[in-house]
Design a protein. Sequence first.
Lengths: 129, 510
Amino acid sequence: MTAPPPTILVVEDQEEVNDLLQYNLVRAGYRALAAYDGHAGLAAVRQHLPDLVLLDVMLPGIDGWDICHALLEDPALSHIPVIIFTAKGSREDFDHGHRFANVAGYFIKPYATSDVIEHIGRVLAGRQR
Amino acid sequence: MRDVASSAPKGPMFGLTRSIRRRMITGSLLILALPLLVFTLAASSVLWRFYLQQLEADIAAQALLMADTVAPSLAAVGTGYLPDGAFGPEAIASRWRRRSDARVTIADARGVVRASSVGEGVGVPIDDSRRPGMRAALGGRSNATVWRSPSFDYEDTMYVNVPAWYGGQVTGVVRVAHTLTTIRHRVSRLRQTLLVAVLLYTLAIGVCTVAFAASIVRPAERLQRDAERIAAGDLSHRVEVRGPEEITQLARTLNHMTSRLQVLEGLRRRHVSDVSHELRTPLTAIRSMAETILKYGDSDAGLRERYLPRILAQTDRLARMVTQLLDLAQIESGHYVPALTPLNLAEVLDEVALTNAARAAELGVTLEARVPDRKLSVRGDRDRLVQVFMNLVDNALRYTPRGGSVTLSAVSTRGHVEVTVADTGQGVPPEHLPHLFDRFYRVETARSPLAGGTGLGLAIVRQIVESHGGRIKVTSARGQGTMFLIEFPGASPPPLAPRSSNPPTPESKE
C-alpha cells in the first residue's frame, strides 16, 4: 500500500449497470465514483479529478460526447482518459469517438465487464510510463 | 440471379426505345408518306385518263377533217370517176406515212380499203379482225376503241373510225390509229418523278422522326438512369429537372418520391438504431449481473440474492419489449385491420380494473372503473382495446404515488364515445407531452428508472386507437395528475334529426 489506488469515475444512468461497474472496479482494486447523468458526471470530474472516466454516450442532461468535448477544452482535465460505452453500436458513433483525443477506448453494450477492467489496467499502465 | 439483375433494368427501357421509335416512324409514314403515295397513283391515273380523252378528241378531229375532205372523192367510187390529187384517199393517207405511231386507213362505202398510210390491204374488203369498228362506222356512227393491235407490235392503240358523209350519204370511212406510247411515256415519267419525290420526302420524314423520337426517348433514358441510381440506394441523388414538360413533370414526381423515401429511410434507420439501443441496454444489465455473480458470487453471497431477481425482471422486460415491437410492426405494417365487434365498455373496463386490482392494492392506489351507461358500447377488436386500457392503467399505476387513485371512465358525447384514464400522479412536464406517444420515449429521471417500462406501451396505444378510427389526447397538470382521453367514433350514431333541428347549445359552443 504505497500509492493510493487509482480513482475511476463511472458516468452511467442505468443504476444497476453503474452499481455493477463500481462493484467490479472496487473488487479489482480501484476506487470507484459514480454519477448518473451528464451534468453530475462533469461536475464529478471537476471535483474529484479521477484517473479515468467510464462514460456512457446516452445520458440525461448532456450526452457523453459533450462531456468528452468539455473535458478536452479544459487544460486541467484534458489529460484524463475516457472510455466510452454506447448502446447504439453504429459506425457513426465509433467514428465520432475517434475524433476525441482523450477517448482511450470504446465498448459496445453489452460489453464484458472483465474486458473493461482489463482495458482500464492497460490504459492506466500506459499513462504511467 | 446475376443475369436477372443485369438484364431486368435494361429490358423495359430497350423495349421503350424500340417501341416509341417504331410507333413514331410508323405513325409519320402512315400520316404523311402513305397519302402522298396514294395521291401520286391517283394523279397519274387521272392524268392518264385526261391524256386518253385528249388523244381521242385530237384523233377524232383529224379523222373528221379527213372524212370531210375525202368524202366527195369516195362518193365517186363506182361512178367510174375517181378524182385524184390533193383530196383523194391516197393523197390524204400518204401524208401520214412518215409517222410511225399513227396510221390512216380509208375505205369506201362498200367496205373496200381505198388507201392506207402503210399501203396495206388496199383494194380488198375490210378485215374486221384487224380493223375492228371500221365496218360499224359505215352505218353512220363514229366509234373509238383501244386495242392491242398486231400492226403496232401489240401496243395499246387507239382507233377512231369516222364515217365520211357526202350528200346525206355515208360514202366511206376514215380510220385513224394512234398508239398510246407517247402518253404512256408522259404519264410514267410524271409518276416516276412524283414517286422519287415521295421517296425522298419519306426518307426525310424518317430521319426527322428518328431524331424527334430520340429527343423524346433520350430524356426518358436519362430519367431511367437516375431512377436506377436511386433504386440502387443513393437516396440523396436528385433528377435534373429539364427537358419537355412531361419529362420535367416526371422528374419532379421522381424527386418528390425520392425525398419521401429518404425521409422514410431516415425514420427506419433511427428506428433500428433505437431498437438496438433499447435491446442492448437491458442486455448490458443482464450480462453485467450474470458476469459479476459468476466471478464474485462465491466470495460474496449477497450478489446472488440481490441480482438474480433483477436478471429475471430484466429478462421479462426484454421479452415484453420484443413482443411489443412485433405488435407495433404488425399494426404499422398496414395489414392489421381491427375486427370490429360491438364491445360493452362497462364490461371491458371492469375487467381491466379487476385484472389490475391486486397490483393497485399492493401499490396503495385506488383503481376504479366508472361507466354510468351500462349499455355504452364501441365497435372494436376486444383483445387490442383491452391492451390499450391495460397499457394506460399500467402506465398510470407506475406514476401514481401511494394514496393516489387511477380512474377509468367512459361516456357518450356528441356522437363519440370518450374513454378516459386519469391518475393523481405528479403529472407530466409540458415539454414532454408532445413526445409521450413516441416509441422509447420515457419521462423518467436518471435516478428513478421505473423497472418494467419498455417505452413502447403508449406508442402501441396510439397505433391501436388510430387503427380503430379513434384519437387519443393527453392532458396533464403538475402535481395534479395526468389524463388520457380516447375518442372513439360512436357505435351507433345518435339520430340526426334532433341534432340538426336544435340550435347550438351553450356546451357545443364551448
